[in-house]
Design a protein around this ligand. Structure first.
Ligand code: AOF
Ligand code: ZN
Length: 381
């Protein structure tokens, strides 16, 4: 049976997926070169500053691809970034057809790469498996389009939707299999965000603690992903001895403009980077401005690992793109704390609707993946 465009693009998407843990702030991209029904070369983007997927595939054929078709998960770049333009390299190599899953949302490219290919007489077919290509890079796409990172809110709950006992006592809700799964979410994220409430209550380290061999695409000698840890802490109550400041990872504390200069100095000395941003009228960090600032630092994907108060605030602000909820086989009862603290919901009309896209067993728990259905929000795709 002959392979089809969909087969080759599926292969290119699988190649791009190898960059899941390493490419940020760049997108994950895969490329397959096909000539006379045979794959002659392939490539995927591994790291920012390293060659793009197309350049790797072209190098494998010494830049000779006369009459070939290039299957690429993202429009080839046409600008000089950290690397030279792929559009020109593909043209020079002599391809005659390009099958491209999606246009590059990067304003420096945004259709201009495709236009260059067409001007050179190359046939371009755009949109094959576009939804799958989009799903490779939710954060890159959102940052380029809206100036905001993509936010995944991770929480753990009992079957009756409780996330923590009302007492200060802290215990794992979910099994070790679910906690291992969270490590994979952390490893793909550019930043892990939490609130001062969680830092004071749980003293989490928020690091990636996993074997490199468990992360596809990572070579054994490559360092583990090291996401930026971000604390929203308007009055700088983070203790200088907090675990989140203790290892070699990077920690950013976002505080208000009136934060105490002595605390800024002490936390800076303890290894944190401090960013002051204006508070809201109620003295909280404005979440959207914090996220916009993170996007300016090229943060694509943010994993929100917080308690119910910050999670509720981010959800209410319309800034949660996806939630991943681990549901454990327990009943905690209604003395325990609910999953999201939503102070503005008073009747059923104000409910936040969800689309559940996946439910999967993870050890003895269940992983629920859901997207809030926000209506009329400019920041939503
Ligand atoms: C591609 N193929 O494999 C990638 C692309 O700084 P640079 O040179 O690495 O350029 C980064 C930009 O290039 C990135 O923002 C995106 O628009 C595009 N990434 N393009 O054709 C690739 N990684
Ligand atoms: Zn490129």
């Amino acid at each position: 049976m002959n392979n089809t465009d969909v087969d080759y693009m599926t292969h290119a998407i699988n190649l791009a997926t190898k960059g899941l843990y390493t490419t940020h702030p760049n997108p994950r991209v895969g490329c397959v070169l096909v000539k006379a029904g045979t794959i002659i070369a392939e490539g995927w983007h591994q790291r920012a500053g390293h060659p793009h997927a197309e350049q790797i595939a072209l190098k494998a054929v010494n830049n000779h691809a006369q009459g070939a078709t290039a299957y690429i998960t993202l429009e080839p770049c046409c600008h000089y970034g950290r690397t030279p333009p792929c559009s020109k390299a593909l043209i020079a190599a002599g391809i005659t057809r390009a099958v491209i899953a999606m246009q590059d949302p990067n304003p420096q490219v945004a259709g201009k790469g495709i236009a260059q290919l067409k001007e050179a007489g190359i046939q371009v077919d755009l949109g094959i498996l576009e939804h799958k290509a989009q799903a490779l890079n939710p954060g890159f796409n959102k940052r380029m389009t809206y100036g905001l990172p993509w936010v995944c809110c991770k929480m753990a709950m009992s079957l009756d939707g409780r996330t923590a006992p009302a007492t200060k006592e802290r215990q794992w809700i979910t099994s070790s299999a679910a906690r291992h799964d969270v490590q994979l979410l952390r490893a793909r994220s550019a930043a892990i965000m939490t609130g001062i409430g969680t830092v004071l209550a749980d003293d989490p380290a928020l690091t990636v603690r996993i074997q490199a061999t468990e992360l596809p695409g990572l070579e054994p000698n490559m360092p583990l992903p090291n996401p930026l840890r971000v604390i929203l802490d308007s009055r700088l109550r983070t203790p200088t001895k907090a675990k989140i400041l203790q290892d070699s990872g990077r920690t950013l504390i976002i505080c208000g403009t009136n934060a105490d200069p002595q605390k800024i100095a002490a936390l800076t000395a303890a290894g944190a980077t401090i960013k002051q941003l204006p508070e809201t009228s109620t003295g909280q960090i404005a979440i959207e401005s914090a996220l916009r600032w993170l996007a300016k630092q090229e943060i694509n994907e943010v994993l929100l690992e917080s308690g119910s108060i910050l999670a509720g605030a981010v959800l209410e602000a319309g800034l949660v793109d996806e939630m991943i909820i681990y549901m454990a086989p327990h009943i905690m009862g209604d003395n325990a704390i609910g999953l999201f603290h939503l102070s503005n919901i008073n009747n059923s009309k104000q409910r936040i609707a969800l689309e559940i896209s996946e439910i999967q067993p993870i050890g003895t728990d269940w992983r629920i993946r859901a997207q809030p259905v926000y209506i009329n929000r400019e920041t939503k795709p």
